[in-house]
Design a protein around this ligand. Structure first.
Ligand code: BGC
Length: 433
């Protein structure tokens, strides 16, 4: 079949963010940030306090790090050696869902089952040791309201998690209870942080001039260190890190696919930016647009962002991989001209995503600089989309260059792989030292 050219171009247009729009979105993001600094109620972002500032880099000791933020839960034992050095002594991990075997993130599971499973992983990480005291830092990557570094209440599940009995609860209490049920009172949760905060802590532990931390993966969110926020319960230097929950930013216009997807999602009306940019959703948007081109509107093909990355490929002309993926998911065997369009479609969705993520970074950089010249700095990013999705990183950088021009050479996004675990260990060290 040959795709309808007009329809194809209309779809591409829906995903276009030109330079002017990029600047407008960045400005509107900054405006929302300013509103939130005065009163979080006024912002579309939650702007959550983390009760932690930047580390000194001198934090030392052995800590457990629990990284709970997506379908894979990981527990590590990490030795911080100071001067930005560390060693991972042990690492374990398991998914919270294995289709056909178990599923701890669905409506039919319970908070106890979920946290008992996690306590089991912690038991593995300490080799069943029930004597030694272990301080644990917990990276919990969902919007949580904190009153200090230990105490974080889950406000709302995101990323399509649906386990009942966790929303509204202090997650470290649920974890502690599960550890107690397992006879592991020797493991003491002392800090809970968002994964963006973990990435920022981890990058700042190792590099100077890092003020922004972001996750660009299944979910999306950004945090930054805000010098004007202080609290006596906050540990660390430079002010307080604010977890923006920028995935909730909604002062930007969704297109018809975004709106349609949102209507059928777990949390309608929530996480509007996240649903436009993150790995959990890009495949769904791609499915919807392709269904339109294939005259099968409404059909769910189940494309994932990994499929999209295979379809976009490395830019060379060979379309055989794209052909196989499209055939497997849709049943259609497309010719090269249509496959080329499929690739452009997937690319357009990724490029929009990267430019929207960049707009958030630009808004924060403008805000931090105020009237001063923008400083050279690192933006620490972790996540599979940033790391592996073709076109993602390069389009973030292109957008930074468009806006900051020659200053952009001093602004670098850096991959902070594994930062969620390391950051949790650093937060634990900051809590007990
Ligand atoms: C959550 C954030 C988290 C992000 C990345 C979002 O769905 O709301 O708290 O930082 O995913 O994991």
């Amino acid at each position: 079949m040959a795709f309808d050219e007009k329809k194809f171009n209309e779809i591409l247009d829906e995903f276009k963010v030109d330079d002017e729009r990029l600047r407008e979105i960045a400005a509107s993001f900054r405006q929302d940030l300013i509103l939130g600094l005065k009163d979080p109620e006024q912002s579309s972002m939650r702007m959550l306090k983390s009760y932690v500032g930047l580390p000194t880099g001198k934090e030392t000791g052995e800590f457990l790090a629990l990284d709970f933020g997506g379908t894979n839960v990981r527990v590590s034992k990490i030795k911080l050696a100071g001067a930005g050095r560390f060693e991972v002594l042990k690492r374990t991990g398991k998914p919270l869902i294995v289709p056909g075997e178990y599923d701890y993130i669905c409506k039919d599971s319970t908070a106890e089952q979920m946290f008992d499973f996690i306590a089991g992983l912690i038991e593995e990480a300490v080799d069943g040791d029930r004597e030694t005291t272990f301080y644990l830092g917990h990276t919990f990557s969902f919007p949580s309201e904190q009153t200090d570094l230990y105490n974080a209440k889950l406000i709302i599940w995101t990323k399509e998690f649906a386990t009942p009995g966790v929303e509204g609860k202090v997650v470290n209490d649920l974890l502690k209870e599960a550890l107690e049920r397992r006879g592991m009172k020797n493991v003491k949760p002392v800090a809970v942080i968002n994964d963006t905060v973990a990435v920022l802590l981890s990058a700042a532990y190792q590099h100077d001039e890092t003020y922004i931390g972001s996750i660009y993966a299944t979910g999306h969110n950004t945090c930054y260190i805000e010098p004007s926020v202080h609290d006596e319960k906050c540990v660390g230097r430079g002010g307080m890190i604010l977890n923006l929950e920028s995935g909730g930013f909604m002062k930007l216009a969704p297109n018809k696919y975004d709106s349609e997807y949102d209507k059928h999602s777990e949390k309608v009306g929530e996480q509007r930016l996240e649903k436009m940019v993150s790995g959990r959703y890009m495949g769904e948007l791609f499915s919807m647009t392709l269904a339109e081109l294939l005259n099968e509107t409404g059909k769910h093909y189940g494309f994932t962002s990994v499929d999209m990355s295979g379809i976009i490929g490395d830019g060379i002309d060979d379309l055989s991989k794209a052909k196989a993926i499209v055939k497997e998911k849709t049943g259609h065997e497309l010719d090269d001209s249509d496959l080329e369009k499929v690739r452009r479609l997937a690319s357009a969705i990724v490029i929009r995503s990267a430019r929207l993520v960049a707009a958030c970074f630009i808004g924060i950089i403008w805000q931090r600089a105020g009237k001063e010249k923008v400083k050279p700095q690192h933006i620490a990013v972790d996540g599979s989309v940033y790391e592996k999705m073709p076109l993602a990183k390069e389009n973030i950088e292109k957008a930074l260059l468009t806006v900051f021009e020659e200053d952009a050479t001093g602004i670098r996004t850096i991959l902070d792989n594994g930062g969620s675990g390391l950051g949790a260990a650093i937060a634990a060290a900051m809590a007990v030292n």
